[in-house]
Write a protein that binds this ligand. Sequence first.
Ligand SMILES: *[C@@H]1O[C@H](CO)[C@@H](O)[C@H](O)[C@H]1NC(C)=O
Ligand SMILES: *[C@@H]1O[C@H](CO)[C@@H](O)[C@H](O)[C@H]1NC(C)=O
Ligand SMILES: *[C@@H]1O[C@H](CO)[C@@H](O)[C@H](O)[C@H]1NC(C)=O
Ligand SMILES: *[C@@H]1O[C@H](CO)[C@@H](O)[C@H](O)[C@H]1NC(C)=O
Ligand SMILES: *[C@@H]1O[C@H](CO)[C@@H](O)[C@H](O)[C@H]1NC(C)=O
Ligand SMILES: *[C@@H]1O[C@H](CO)[C@@H](O)[C@H](O)[C@H]1NC(C)=O
Ligand SMILES: CC(=O)N[C@H]1CO[C@H](CO)[C@@H](O)[C@@H]1O
Length: 620
Amino acid sequence: MAGALASMRLNYRPVIASIFGCFLLSSSLCYCIQSDIDCLKSVRESLEDPLGYLDSWNFNNKTEGFICRFIGVDCWHPDENKVLNIRLSNMELGGKFPVGLHMCEAMTGLDLSSNKINGSIPANISKIVGYLTTLDLSSNRFSGEIPLNLANCTYLNVIKLDNNQLTGQIPLQIGQLARMKDFSVANNRLIGQVPQFGNYSVPAENYANNLGLCGAPLDKCKAPSKKTSSGVIAGAAVGGVSLGIIGLAVAMYFIFRRASRKRKEDDPDGNKWAKSIKGAKAIKLSMFEKSVSKMRLSDLMQATDNFHKCNIIGSGRTGTFYKAVLADGTSLMVKRLQNTQHSEKEFESEMATLGAVRHRNMVPLLGYCMAKQERLLVYKYMSNGTLNNKLHFLNEGEEPLDWTLRLKIGIGAAKGFAWLHHSCNPRILHRNISSKCILLDADFEPKISDFGLARLMNPVDTHLSTFVNGEFGDLGYVAPEYARTLVATPKGDVYSFGVVLLELVTGERPTYASKAPESFKGSLVEWITILSGESKLQDSIDKSLIGKGYDAEVLQVLKVACRCVLPAVPKERPSMYEVYQLLRAIGEHYHFTTDDDILLLPTETEDGFQLEELIVARET
Ligand SMILES: *[C@@H]1O[C@H](CO)[C@@H](O)[C@H](O)[C@H]1NC(C)=O
Ligand SMILES: *[C@@H]1O[C@H](CO)[C@@H](O)[C@H](O)[C@H]1NC(C)=O
Ligand SMILES: *[C@@H]1O[C@H](CO)[C@@H](O)[C@H](O)[C@H]1NC(C)=O
Ligand SMILES: *[C@@H]1O[C@H](CO)[C@@H](O)[C@H](O)[C@H]1NC(C)=O
Ligand SMILES: *[C@@H]1O[C@H](CO)[C@@H](O)[C@H](O)[C@H]1NC(C)=O
Ligand SMILES: *[C@@H]1O[C@H](CO)[C@@H](O)[C@H](O)[C@H]1NC(C)=O
Ligand SMILES: CC(=O)N[C@H]1CO[C@H](CO)[C@@H](O)[C@@H]1O
């Protein structure tokens, strides 16, 4: 447990680092610690809230620290989305114990007292809220037994379970909770011997009104357990050790905080690096498009306020994205590449290749810039952000995407990926397709981003090293054989794109199916697999799409998605070219694109495969 706490603190950095998509483009800054946000979302979803107290939990304002201002939520620090306590007392809340709390990894206090929550206390409670010091579930309708596993929440000081309908015996191991100073279970239906805590004597009234409790401070039990006393000694020892470790962990946390604070003070605008290249010589800025060919580094500097952190619109593994607004009002996206150590020559040749990748459904690379070690890529601005945001993080008052837009986006994106796979030579695999890599321009034309940069990364930063860290692609999108073999293939991309199609049709996120039964904890694909087996696929369709005259098309697209994700053998999935053709046929009568600006040559040959594997080998 002590080790777990230490590693929880150490994991804290990677958590921040992995929040962003290929690049989340939203108008507001977001350094959110997604797991704690998801935690609160799941709490809100799992509790019944007849009086609407939790309606004020608005997840659309993505200002850092926004959840800290929610009713009943305290954070470790007011401008950091890391939950310290949740206090939702006396709000008439119903439902079950919110098991999604396991995502609030650093939470130490939980108060759900005086509500109408029923069901049992989870048998794996230490896996859910293992770091609690205070647990107050009093005055609810909890039934069943007090789980033995509660004794594994070793940091608990306070346990209040009074005024519920708990039955059975109190696990004696709870006596091993060495820090206990307030334990009450009055007004339940408990029987048997009460636990004995090392340093703390429970007042008799905390046991009052049960069916038959015994042992000090109550009457002696008729057949006292012999194990109790040794349990107390072991418990006190364990407690002493864990107390030391918790002190250490808390100290480490604050040292870390202070260090990071100090770092921030040294560089409050997060742009020290930019200031250092400001007057740099040997600057090279090349533009592929005439419209911006006269731009200089100083223009980029001005357009991004010297790359001030306020202009960051997203960040991913390959670098950070800034929004730049030129003097004439034109917007651009500038990507600062992470750690490239390639020579200027290598970089230029990669840029020449990427600059030549022009397709209606690719985010256009307009130019690039080299200044000292910095490498900046200039892209066209995409005013409607990511598909992911448009599907799952609507701003207030924003309508869900209608079916024709979703179909248009699906067809356009398929066309782009098919073009990368089949018309580029050598073919380009994306390797990390998700709804975050599909950007939307002002007309909602989808534009694929973040392709072809892998070769510009340091060898240590390429995908293989992220595999080692267990972070090989966006969660919920990775084809099973890709996760197993670590070899990127076109069919791996097809699988990931199938998940994007599922998102379009179901409105669900890849890692979590909200319409599935509460007990179901699998991914979107796993849920679809079950529904498909039961011939109930249509149950998954987004409610906002049903009954508007498109039902047949929606179901057809859902079936294409299934062909991409369900076959266990990658060979049985269609090629990206086939996916595009299938979707295009479904949407033919809309005439979304008049120009057929791609030359599609299906090249699903063995040669194509080998070529790609060579590229993988070179990068790693
Ligand atoms: C894949 O994309 C996700 C977000 O879209 C990002 O967090 C992750 O680092 C990327 N992984 C690789 C290997 O590119
Ligand atoms: C988001 O929350 C912050 C802090 O509460 C507030 O200052 C800001 O105005 C809010 N923004 C929006 C768009 O509601
Ligand atoms: C919990 O309460 C709900 C109504 O809020 C009820 O439908 C359900 O049967 C209750 N469950 C238990 C185990 O009492
Ligand atoms: C706890 O157990 C429930 C079912 O008993 C399960 O759904 C949930 O995933 C478990 N939580 C954790 C964090 O292990
Ligand atoms: C609880 O802790 C004990 C002793 O540390 C351990 O053996 C047991 O596996 C833990 N139980 C659970 C459910 O984690
Ligand atoms: C328990 O009591 C012992 C001796 O009385 C003391 O040294 C120890 O600090 C106490 N532990 C706690 C958690 O109060
Ligand atoms: C829904 C949405 O955000 N639509 C915007 C897409 O981009 C155009 C052009 O910037 C805006 O006018 C729309 O409001």
